[in-house]
Write a protein that binds this ligand. Structure first.
Ligand code: NAD
Ligand code: IPM
Ligand code: MN
Length: 351
């Protein structure tokens, strides 16, 4: 039997609550596919850091590398200095496993309320660069603590890094509605902006069937609120992509629905799937987190291993659950149970 060997990192806060629901649904989705699921749980995050002072060791990385894929909940905890887990664990994983495509789809599901009065048909994908930009940690502080302190956070953009993610975005646009929007701020960030613009312009002739346009990041905030249906594939750098995708989550009915995949398209390293949201300390431990973002991330995981039919069943089950339960105050586990059951039923009625 074919096996999916999955590393599971629940992490912190609501990560511990949503990941078990994602696994419930993954198990249900794989039934009848001929693929077995083997999971290995990794204790990474705040509790491990408090116990040992470790975030992610070389041995952890070596072990994680051997899995087919990773499922992560969230990291970050108020008891740990900000950045320790975010940089030392999550970003370290994205960088070490060359997750240069951070894929973040946004759909407005039927019967889900958007906070926008006229959202239209929202269906776009943000292709966020995942290994460069302001996230690399280039910079530092001089004369720390005083009025003369100087802090820098340098955005690194390489032609190689930009080209590979732009090519991925063009390929994706070709499979969708054939529209690609580059988002940057080349009127101010002239060096990095020029590089992104040049690479998009150089590659565009190879994709003459794809319409290309451009928006500055500030104007993008207007368009996403006024007319999000105009976008298909959006390609952008690490930081702009981070910001756009929280707004995208909000306009499509809440960050609790926003899924993501950190992809290593070459297959050299395992890809990692995680909700866009964080550990949500404000609601952690209450059992009220929405597991849909994690469950939809499981659908992305299934697609990445070629289980398209299982992914379709997961998406349909989530769509139906959202339609059947507007404004319902259900627990995280109840939502996971209902969706897993629906996925199972769809599997047996299909066969
Ligand atoms: P957050 O995404 O954790 O929370 C923002 C808001 O969204 C909160 O009001 C929260 O209650 C709500 N929310 C988030 N997920 C939800 C869900 N599934 N269901 C219902 N409501 C949900 O962002 P934050 O508060 O800025 O960050 C909290 C911590 O998480 C920080 O330590 C941050 O660094 C970390 N973080 C981690 C990740 C990640 O691991 N991928 C992502 C973002 C933030
Ligand atoms: C996300 C998060 C992370 C990011 C943080 C926690 C490092 O906000 O996955 O969107 O900025 O990429
Ligand atoms: Mn974010």
């Amino acid at each position: 039997m074919n096996t999916l060997d999955l590393a599971v990192i629940p992490g912190d806060g609501i990560g511990q609550e949503v990941v078990p629901e994602g696994l419930k649904v993954l198990r249900a989705a794989l039934e009848g596919t001929g693929r077995d699921l083997v999971t290995t749980n990794y204790n990474l995050g705040a509790s491990r850091w408090h116990e040992t002072g470790e975030t992610l060791t070389d041995a952890d990385l070596a072990s994680l590398k051997c899995h087919d894929a990773l499922l992560l909940g969230a990291v970050g905890d108020p008891s740990v200095p900000s950045g320790v887990l975010e940089r030392g664990l999550l970003l370290k994983l994205r960088f070490a496993f060359e997750h240069y495509v951070n894929l973040r789809p946004t759909t407005l599901f039927p019967h889900v309320d958007s906070p926008l009065a006229n959202p239209g048909a929202v269906d776009f994908v943000v292709v966020r660069e995942g290994t460069e930009g302001a996230y690399v940690g280039a910079g530092g502080a001089l004369r720390e603590g005083g009025v003369h302190e100087v802090a820098t956070e340098v955005s690194i953009n390489t032609a190689h890094g930009v080209e590979r993610v732009v090519r991925y975005a063009f390929d994706l646009a070709r499979k969708r509605r054939k529209k690609l929007t580059l988002v940057h701020k080349h009127n101010v960030l002239v060096h990095a902006g020029r590089l992104w613009k040049r690479i998009v312009e150089e590659i565009a002739p190879e994709y003459s069937d794809v319409e290309v346009d451009y928006s500055h990041i500030d104007a993008m905030m207007i368009y996403l609120v006024q007319d999000p249906s105009r976008f298909d594939v959006i390609v952008t750098d690490n930081l702009f992509g981070d910001i756009i995708t929280d707004l995208a989550g909000a306009i499509s009915g809440g960050i609790g629905l926003a899924a993501s995949g950190n992809l290593n398209p070459s297959g050299e390293f395992p890809s990692m799937f995680e909700p866009v949201h964080g550990s949500a300390p404000d609601i952690a431990g209450k059992g009220i987190a929405n597991p849909a973002a994690t469950i939809l991330s499981v659908a992305l995981l299934l697609e990445s291993i070629g289980e398209d039919d299982a992914a379709r069943r997961v998406r349909e089950a989530v769509t139906e659950d959202l339609a059947n339960n507007p404004d319902s105050a259900r627990s995280c586990a109840e939502i996971g149970d209902v969706i897993a059951k629906a996925v199972r039923e769809k599997g047996s009625s299909d066969s």
